[in-house]
Design a protein around this ligand. Structure first.
Ligand SMILES: NC(=O)c1ccc[n+]([C@@H]2O[C@H](COP(=O)([O-])OP(=O)(O)OC[C@H]3O[C@@H](n4cnc5c(N)ncnc54)[C@H](OP(=O)(O)O)[C@@H]3O)[C@@H](O)[C@H]2O)c1
Length: 260
C-alpha cells in the first residue's frame, strides 16, 4: 500500500502541495476541506469535505484511513482545526507538521494599524475615513454591522454572512489580484482605508503595495498564535523536505526517491 498523506486544506499552499505530491504515483494524497466554499478551486488527488467532529473524530479518521502523515496546510486564521490536528496527531502518534506561510511585514512607508481582532478593527475605522475596503473574508463581518456612517466595499470569494453594515457594496471574486488592478480599484472607489487579516502570501499582497503607494492607512488584524509545540514549515518545499526526512527515518512512510 502506498503511504497515505492527509492534507488539511483551504489554502493555495495546500493545493500546490497536493499537486506536487500527486505527481508521484507511489504516494496517496487526500485533501480535506471544511466545506465553507461552494465551488472550491480544483484539487489533484482525493478529497473529502466537512468537519471530522473535533480531535477525537479526526483521530478516528486518521486511524480508519491508515494515514501515515498529516500536513496541516490550513489558513493562518483557522485556529480550531490547527489545535485539533495537533491533538489528534498526538493521540494517534501520527507525525504532523503545520505548513504556515509567513505573515506580512510593514515597510517604513506603510501606515499600518495592527489590531488583535475584527472587533478591534471596527473600533479603529471611524477615525481613519468614511470609505472602507474590507478584505477579511466572508465570516465575522457582523463586527462591522453597527458602523452606520461608513461606506464599505467588501471583497470576498462568496457572499458574506449577515448582518452587514447598512452601506455595503459587494465584490465577489477570487484572487490573485494585480497591483494595477488594486490601484485602480482603490482610486475609483475613493477608498480611505483598507482592512485585512495578516494572511501572508503573494496572491493578495498587491493590495498592501497599492495602499502604500496611495498613502492609505491599513488596519491589519494580527494572527492568532500557533498552539504550543506545533512544528511548522513556511512553504511547500519545507513540507516536502519534512516528508522526505520522515521517509528516511520511518519504516511506515516510504516516500519515492524524487521527494528525498
Ligand atoms: N479563517 C480564515 O480566514 C480562512 C481564510 C481562507 C481559508 N480558510 C479555510 O477555511 C477552512 C475553515 O476555516 P475556519 O477559520 O472556519 O476554521 P476553524 O475555525 O479552525 O475550524 C472550525 C471547524 O471547521 C472544521 N474544519 C476546518 N478546516 C477544516 C478542514 N480543512 N477539513 C475538515 N474540517 C475542517 C473543523 O470541524 P471539526 O471540529 O468538526 O473537525 C473545525 O473544528 C479552513 O480549512 C481554512 O484553511 C480560512
Amino acid at each position: 500500500m502506498p503511504p497515505h498523506l492527509l492534507i488539511l486544506g483551504g489554502t493555495t499552499e495546500a493545493r500546490e502541495l497536493a499537486a506536487a505530491l500527486t505527481a508521484h504515483p507511489a504516494v496517496r494524497v487526500t485533501t480535506s476541506l471544511a466545506g465553507r466554499v461552494t465551488r472550491p478551486a480544483p484539487l489533484t488527488g482525493d478529497t473529502r469535505t466537512g468537519g471530522f467532529g473535533g480531535p477525537a473524530g479526526l483521530s478516528d479518521w486518521l486511524r480508519a484511513h491508515h494515514v501515515d502523515a498529516l500536513i496541516d496546510a490550513t489558513h493562518p486564521f483557522a485556529r480550531k482545526i490547527t489545535t485539533n490536528a495537533l491533538q489528534a496527531a498526538r493521540d494517534t502518534g501520527i507525525p504532523s507538521i503545520v505548513l504556515r506561510r509567513p505573515g506580512w511585514h510593514p515597510s517604513p512607508d506603510d501606515d499600518w494599524h495592527p489590531v488583535p481582532s475584527l472587533t478591534a478593527a471596527a473600533a479603529a475605522l471611524p477615525a481613519l475615513g468614511p470609505h472602507v475596503f474590507l478584505t477579511t473574508g466572508r465570516l465575522g463581518l457582523s463586527a462591522f454591522a453597527a458602523l452606520q456612517n461608513l461606506h464599505f466595499l467588501i471583497r470576498s470569494v462568496e457572499p458574506p454572512a449577515p448582518p452587514l453594515p447598512p452601506h455595503t457594496e459587494l465584490l465577489l471574486t477570487r484572487g490573485p489580484f494585480t497591483l494595477p488592478d488594486e490601484l485602480t480599484l482603490l482610486r475609483t472607489r475613493r477608498i480611505d482605508v483598507l482592512v485585512t487579516k495578516d494572511s501572508g502570501g503573494e496572491a493578495t499582497a498587491p493590495k498592501l503595495t497599492a495602499a502604500r503607494q496611495l498613502g492609505l492607512p491599513v488596519v491589519v488584524v494580527q494572527r492568532p498564535p500557533l498552539p504550543e509545540n506545533a512544528m511548522t514549515v513556511p512553504d511547500v518545499q519545507g513540507a516536502l523536505d519534512w516528508l522526505s526526512a520522515l521517509g528516511l527515518r520511518s519504516s511506515r512512510v516510504q516516500l519515492p526517491k524524487q521527494l528525498r
